[in-house]
Write a protein that binds this ligand. Structure first.
Ligand SMILES: CC(C)(COP(=O)(O)OP(=O)(O)OC[C@H]1O[C@@H](n2cnc3c(N)ncnc32)[C@H](O)[C@@H]1OP(=O)(O)O)[C@@H](O)C(=O)NCCC(=O)NCCS
Length: 151
């Protein structure tokens, strides 16, 4: 019997805050998470980057996806800034990056994950086991909900 096909994704790499790859990731995040709403990053929005872990993957030297991890306490770990290049969406890369985040969160002692989901992405996170917690709110001008998952 043929083994089930496993989608091939570019390797996910961790880069240091402040490095040249970090600057490339910020540009990627700004392009796909801020500019579609006519916004750019404020210094306050970038402040949590200093104590976040930065993951990305690229193909042909172009970034195709990223996700950040921020430890909020010994056991609570926040997923931040998940984004996939439009040409790569719908091919499983967002789920792959989320699972990578969860693997790294567990390795750091995390037992619970938390994130701030744009409402249009809630079903994406629900498929990965996250649940909405509490009332919705506006962030960067668009509706969001907090979502959580026991790791
Ligand atoms: C949201 C995002 C990260 C999803 O990444 P992706 O690579 O397209 O998602 P995947 O291909 O891994 O999808 C996994 C599953 O979720 C589903 N899904 C993906 N995006 C979805 C959405 N917006 N709404 C509902 N379901 C969605 C897929 O159909 C797939 O379902 P399946 O497992 O039944 O086939 C990507 O669309 C993106 O970067 N969007 C712009 C930035 C953004 O909104 N980031 C999240 C901020 S909270």
């Amino acid at each position: 019997m043929m083994p089930a096909a496993v989608p091939a994704f570019p390797a996910i790499r961790e880069v240091a805050f402040g490095s040249s790859d970090y600057q490339r990731i910020v540009a990627f995040r700004e392009k796909w998470l801020r500019k579609p709403m006519g916004q750019v990053f404020t210094p306050e929005q970038l402040a949590p980057d200093a104590d976040s872990v930065h993951y990305f993957c690229e193909e042909a030297e172009e970034i195709v996806g990223c996700v950040l991890l921020r430890q909020e306490s010994l056991t609570l770990v926040r997923l931040r800034q998940l984004a996939v290049h439009p040409e790569w969406r719908g091919r499983g890369l967002g789920a792959h990056l989320t699972r990578h985040f969860e693997h790294e969160a567990r390795a750091r002692g995390g037992t619970d994950a938390i994130l701030s989901a744009r409402d249009y992405a809630i079903s994406f996170y629900e498929k990965l086991g996250y649940a909405v917690e509490g009332e919705g709110y506006l962030s960067v001008g668009i509706p969001h909900h907090t979502m959580v998952k026991r790791l």
